[in-house]
Ligand binder design. Structure first.
Ligand SMILES: [Zn+2]
Length: 179
């Protein structure tokens, strides 16, 4: 199966189902997902909740990908963790979350660049430039993915969003140290 075939969206109209490869997906407008994520912060008044939410979702996603045939993820998982990480990031790129790139993977340091983060784009459109990075959900999301792949506790992965498109940078940049 080619990449295109595997990731082609298939609408099963009479059942009201959309499939992406073998996965059932739900398509949300990017604005809706932005509101959904940010309303959790608003209702709890705990900004760090977005990081926790991202961690849980990222962790589960990477765990699921270990048994997925998308981009032959399952066999990559057993062969090479860095290649597997790249595949996990690629699938999100196909999902329209932004273009995720693994910028550098040294022994204990991982840098992930995100071009066109849907969070930063919508933030800019609605509120204008921010004086701080705003992609807390993605910061936690990648932490969760890294914890799953490198078999670490979430507290062993220190991370920060060093650049953010919402601040006027050309891309968002997330840096992690694996302890
Ligand atoms: Zn950002």
């Amino acid at each position: 199966m080619t990449e295109e075939e595997t990731l082609e969206l298939k609408v099963v109209k009479d059942q009201g189902i959309v499939k992406w490869g073998s996965l059932r997906v739900v398509i949300l407008r990017a604005d809706t997902l932005f509101d959904l994520i940010n309303s959790i912060e608003r209702f709890t008044s705990r900004p760090e909740i977005l990081i926790t939410l991202g961690q849980q979702i990222g962790y589960k996603y990477a765990e699921n990908m270990k048994n997925s045939n998308i981009f032959e993820a399952k066999s990559l998982w057993t062969e090479n963790k860095e290649d597997f990480l790249k595949i996990v990031l690629t699938t999100d790129t196909y999902g329209g979350w932004g273009r995720f790139e693994l910028e550098r993977a040294e022994k204990n340091k991982i840098v992930i660049k995100v071009y066109n983060s849907f969070l930063a784009s919508i933030y800019l459109k609605r509120f204008g430039k921010s004086d701080h990075p705003i992609c807390a959900f993605l910061l936690g999301y990648f932490q969760g993915i890294l914890a799953s792949i490198f078999n670490k506790d979430i507290t062993e992965i220190l991370g920060a969003e060093e650049k953010c498109e919402a601040m006027g940078d050309d891309y968002c940049q997330f840096e992690y140290i694996l302890q």
